[in-house]
Ligand binder design. Structure first.
Ligand SMILES: O=C(CO)COP(=O)(O)O
Length: 214
């Protein structure tokens, strides 16, 4: 299973969380990675943790003030990027452009979507993976894999119908090893989570609990 921890703009110490991600990754068969804010990518990558960007824009080098270009996050040490997170939604054409920009910079891609219909559209853009995250459950602590199992199974089926090479992650409310196991049982190859680690008193203990049954 792939466990991708999105730090959003939570006020946690990104380097401390990254060190925990690195250490936990070494002791598990799961793949554990962290997506800090863009300005923290370089410091996080220097810990040796697998580092992802939270977003890239559909742009090339040039006059794009305030945008985030894929090549720069790759230069800073990211190996992948989220695209179209529920808190950073884009039009379909811009999602397509961001996937292409990321691929140009050799970044792995996870395109997020709210529901199975959008998952099908996202899978058609050729990312490495898609992630279904129902917005109503994000940040609630109620795990999608247990509260809304149908949405995960339907997302897996929607992606499979479009492109069986695209893996499916699920996210929203995931915070325990049981939630991750439930996601795997529904056909997801990984989970995307945030508050369960970023807001934990002890992020390392939270991560250890997440991967313990894997
Ligand atoms: O948006 C999410 C991960 O990208 C999910 O957030 P929570 O894990 O806080 O519900």
């Amino acid at each position: 299973m792939f466990v991708l921890v999105n730090l959003k703009t939570y006020p946690c110490d990104p380097v401390a969380v990254a060190e925990a991600v690195r250490d936990v990754n070494e002791d598990t068969d799961a793949r554990v990675a962290v997506a800090p804010q863009a300005t923290h990518i370089e410091r996080v990558a220097e810990t040796g943790a697998e580092t992802w960007a939270q977003h890239v824009d559909p742009i090339e080098h040039g006059s794009n003030t305030g945008h985030t270009i894929a090549e720069s996050v790759a230069d800073a040490g990211a190996i992948g990027t989220l695209i179209n997170h529920s808190e950073q939604r884009r039009k379909l054409a811009d999602i397509d452009g961001a996937v292409q920009a990321a691929q140009r910079a050799d970044l792995e891609t996870v395109v997020c979507a709210n529901n199975p219909a959008q998952i099908g559209a996202a899978a058609a853009l050729g990312p490495d993976a898609v992630a279904v995250e129902p917005p109503a459950l994000i940040g609630t602590g109620t795990p999608v894999s247990q509260a809304d199992p149908d949405i995960v199974e339907d997302a897996v089926e929607a992606a499979e119908n479009v492109d069986s090479d695209v893996s499916v992650l699920c996210g929203a409310g995931i915070s325990t090893g049981d939630d991750v196991v439930a996601a795997g049982d529904l056909g997801a190859e990984g989970v995307l989570l945030a508050s369960g680690v970023a807001k934990a008193d002890d992020p390392q203990a939270a991560l250890e609990d997440l991967v313990e049954p894997l």
